[in-house]
Design a protein around this ligand. Structure first.
Ligand code: DQA
Length: 150
């Protein structure tokens, strides 16, 4: 069965209580459920993860590259949180492994502080979904489907 990987970076475990005026009140469990429903539509297995550690995200992207190469993985929906704006290592892992990544941000980062306007992920992402709240995650799965099955 084809797998889709959803990766969440730092502080996204606090979704639901963290700055709800910016990120809403849905929890990461709610997000996982909404992704699971779309994955089931496409007959995909969902692998949904969160970490506060940059290196762990890099490890997971490297593993994803292997799995994508062997045809087991359709791609990755990635909300790298603040590492979006800082992590060359993460961008290198994506481009080095040629991983199909849909970059997701819950908030419209371009309406926020200037330091959030730059993303190291965007140039190496297959697509980007920004500012539509947690609905961006299941849309990210649909984007992977459109890119691979369309
Ligand atoms: C975020 C935006 C980032 O700037 C921030 O650091 C996050 C969440 C978003 O989903 O809107 O942690 O990626």
């Amino acid at each position: 069965m084809t797998t889709v990987l959803v990766l969440n970076g730092p502080n996204l475990n606090l979704l639901g209580t963290r700055e709800p005026e910016t990120y809403g009140t849905a929890t990461l469990d709610d997000v996982e459920k909404s992704c699971r429903a779309v994955a089931a539509e496409f007959d995909w297995d969902l692998d949904f993860r969160q970490t506060n550690f940059e290196g762990e995200l890099v490890d997971w992207i490297q593993e994803a590259a292997e799995e994508q190469r062997s045809g087991e993985l359709v791609g990755v929906v990635l909300n790298a949180g603040a590492y979006t704006h800082t992590s060359i290592a993460l961008a290198d892992a994506i481009s080095g492994g040629d991983v199909r990544v849909i970059e997701v941000h819950i908030s419209n980062v371009h309406q926020r502080e200037a330091f959030r306007h730059h993303s190291y992920i965007s140039p190496v992402a297959a697509g980007i979904i920004i500012g539509v709240g947690v609905a961006g995650y299941p849309l990210g799965l649909r984007a992977l489907h459109a890119l691979t099955d369309g």
